[in-house]
Design a protein around this ligand. Structure first.
Ligand code: GDP
Ligand code: IMO
Ligand code: MG
Length: 422
C-alpha cells in the first residue's frame, strides 16, 4: 500500500487541516511528518472551530490512528493544551493518538533562544512564530537534542539540565529580553505527564507494519513548500523540509512507498511573517482579501499578507513535490470581486521568465498577470462542479491547464461540508 501525502504549495495556511479532516475517513492512519507548534490547522465541525498545532487533523475520526512522526518537534506545554481542548470537546483520543519516540522535544530555552535571536535581528527578523522551532531543529542536527523517548530515561533530568545550561550560555550573547524561565520550566515539567500517558511508538516500524498490513496512510504536511528550508524563500523560511521528501525522513518511509501527492493552494495567496511575496497586494485589494478570507494567523493572530495566486511559484512547488492532484481552497473568498488576477510569469533582468530566480529576496520580480472576470455570486449552494458559476469554472480550468495537474477538490467555505470533490 502506498502512502499518500497532503501538503501546502504556498507559504502555509492553505487549509490543510480542513482537507485532511475531510479525507481522514478514507485512511486508517494520518501522520504529521515535520514542523511543530508553529503550525495552526483549523477545523470547523458542526459550527465549532478547533485549532490543532501538533495533533494530526484526523483526530476527530475515531477509526483513524493519528501519528506524530519523528520529524516533528513537540512542545509538551502546547501539546497538553491541545489535548485539553479535545477533552473539553468530548473527543476520545487515547486509543488513536500515538507519538514517535524519535520526535524531538522543544524546551523552554528553545523558545527563549528563538525570541532572543529574532530580537537581535531587528528589521531583518524572519517573523518567526517564536515557538522555538529553529533552535530545536538546530539542536537536532547539531546532535544535542532531547527526544520524546528520552523522557523515560533515568538520566532525563540531568540531560535536560545540561542542555538548558548550554542554551543559557548562548542566550547570554544576545541582548536581554524578558522571559520567565522559572515559570515556563515548571509548566513544561508538569506537561510531560500528558506525554507519558500516551503510547509512544517506534514510528518507522509502526508505519512499515501498517503498509505491510495494507493500511491506508495519509501524511499531513505543515507550513508550506515556500517555507521549506532548502527550496523556500531562504532565509525567510522555517527550519524543516516541508516538501514530499520530508515525508521519507519524517516518518522513516522509503521513497518507493510515496503514492498520491495532493497539493493545496488557496485561490489567492497569503504569507505571514517577513520575506518576498511577488504578488502581494497593498492597499484596498489586499485589505479586501484579508477581511473576506479572515486572514489572521491561527497560531499567532497576526494579520496575513495577501495577494493574487502566483502560478510560477505553484509550478515550482508542484515540481518539487511531485504533485498528482490539486485542492484549491477559499474560492468563496473571491465571490465579490469583479476582477481576479493570476500571475503567469515574472519580468526580471529585462526579460520574461517562467522560472523562479535563485533568490527572490535579492531579485525583485515584476509579475505578469492573466485577468479573469469575477463571478460575483455566492457559492454557498454549490455542491457539485456543475453548480459553480461559469466564470468560476473558467478560473479553475485555467489554473489546472496552466499547471498541468488536475484540480480534484474545490473548497468553498471553512466547514467540513463546503467541499466539492471531482
Ligand atoms: P492550515 O494551516 O493550512 O490548516 O490553514 P489554517 O487553518 O491556518 O488557515 C485556513 C483558514 O481558512 C482557517 O480559518 C479555515 O477555517 C479557513 N478555510 C479553509 N478552507 C476554507 C474555504 O474554502 N473557504 C473559507 N472561506 N475559509 C476556509
Ligand atoms: P501552517 O502549518 C504560515 C512562518 C512564520 C515565519 C516563518 C518561520 O499553519 O500552515 P518559525 O516559527 O517556523 O520559525 O517561522 O514561517 N510559518 C508559518 N506561516 N503557516 C504556518 O504553518 C507556519 N509555520 C511557520 O510566520 O514567517
Ligand atoms: Mg495554519
Amino acid at each position: 500500500m502506498q502512502v499518500d501525502v497532503l501538503l501546502g504549495l504556498q507559504w502555509g495556511d492553505e487549509g490543510k487541516g480542513k482537507i485532511v479532516d475531510a479525507l481522514a475517513p478514507h485512511y486508517q492512519i494520518v501522520a504529521r511528518f515535520q514542523g511543530g507548534p508553529n503550525a495552526g490547522h483549523t477545523l470547523v465541525i458542526d459550527g465549532r472551530k478547533y485549532v490543532l498545532h501538533t495533533v494530526p487533523s484526523g483526530i476527530f475520526h475515531a477509526h483513524t490512528i493519528n501519528l506524530i512522526g519523528n520529524g516533528v518537534v513537540l512542545d509538551p506545554v502546547i501539546f497538553r493544551r491541545e489535548l485539553a481542548q479535545l477533552d473539553e470537546a468530548g473527543v476520545e483520543y487515547r486509543h488513536n493518538l500515538v507519538v514517535a519516540r524519535k520526535a524531538h522535544l522543544i524546551l523552554p530555552t528553545h523558545r527563549y533562544l528563538d525570541a532572543a535571536s529574532e530580537a537581535s535581528k531587528g528589521a531583518e527578523k524572519i517573523g518567526s512564530t517564536l515557538k522555538g522551532i529553529g533552535p530545536a531543529y538546530m539542536d537536532k542536527t547539531g546532535r544535542n537534542g532531547l527526544r520524546i523517548g528520552d523522557i523515560h530515561l533515568p538520566e532525563f533530568a540531568s540531560r535536560y539540565e545540561a542542555l538548558k545550561k548550554k542554551h543559557l550560555r548562548l542566550i547570554a550573547q544576545f541582548p536581554d529580553i524578558p522571559f520567565d524561565l522559572e515559570g515556563e520550566e515548571i509548566a513544561w515539567m508538569e506537561s510531560l505527564d500528558a506525554l507519558r500517558s500516551l503510547p509512544l511508538v517506534d514510528g518507522e516500524y509502526f508505519v512499515h507494519d501498517a503498509i505491510v498490513a495494507g493500511k491506508r496512510i495519509l501524511a499531513e504536511g505543515a507550513q508550506g513548500s515556500l517555507l521549506d528550508v532548502d527550496f523556500g524563500t531562504y532565509p525567510y523560511v522555517t527550519s524543516s523540509n516541508t516538501i514530499t521528501a520530508g515525508v521519507c525522513t519524517g516518518l522513516g518511509l522509503a521513497p518507493r512507498h510515496i503514492g498520491d501527492v495532493i497539493g493545496i493552494t488557496k485561490a489567492y495567496c497569503t504569507r505571514v511573517g517577513s520575506g518576498p511575496f511577488p504578488t502581494e497586494l497593498h492597499g484596498e485589494d489586499g485589505e479586501f482579501l484579508r477581511r473576506a478570507g479572515q486572514e489572521f494567523g491561527s497560531t499567532t493572530g497576526r494579520p496575513r499578507r495577501c495577494g493574487w495566486i502566483d502560478l510560477p511559484l505553484l509550478k515550482y512547488t508542484i515540481m518539487l513535490n511531485g504533485v498528482t492532484r490539486l485542492a484549491v481552497t477559499k474560492v468563496d473568498v473571491l465571490n465579490e470581486l469583479s476582477l481576479i488576477r493570476a500571475a503567469t510569469a515574472y519580468r526580471y533582468d529585462g526579460k520574461i521568465h517562467t522560472q523562479v530566480p535563485f533568490d527572490l529576496t535579492q531579485t525583485p520580480v515584476q509579475p505578469e498577470f492573466h485577468d479573469f472576470a469575477g463571478w460575483e455570486e455566492s457559492l454557498e449552494a454549490c455542491r457539485t462542479e456543475d453548480d459553480l458559476p461559469i466564470a468560476c469554472r473558467h478560473f479553475l480550468t485555467y489554473i489546472e491547464e496552466h499547471l498541468h495537474v488536475p484540480v480534484s477538490m474545490i473548497s468553498t467555505g471553512p466547514e467540513r461540508e463546503s467541499l466539492i470533490e471531482r
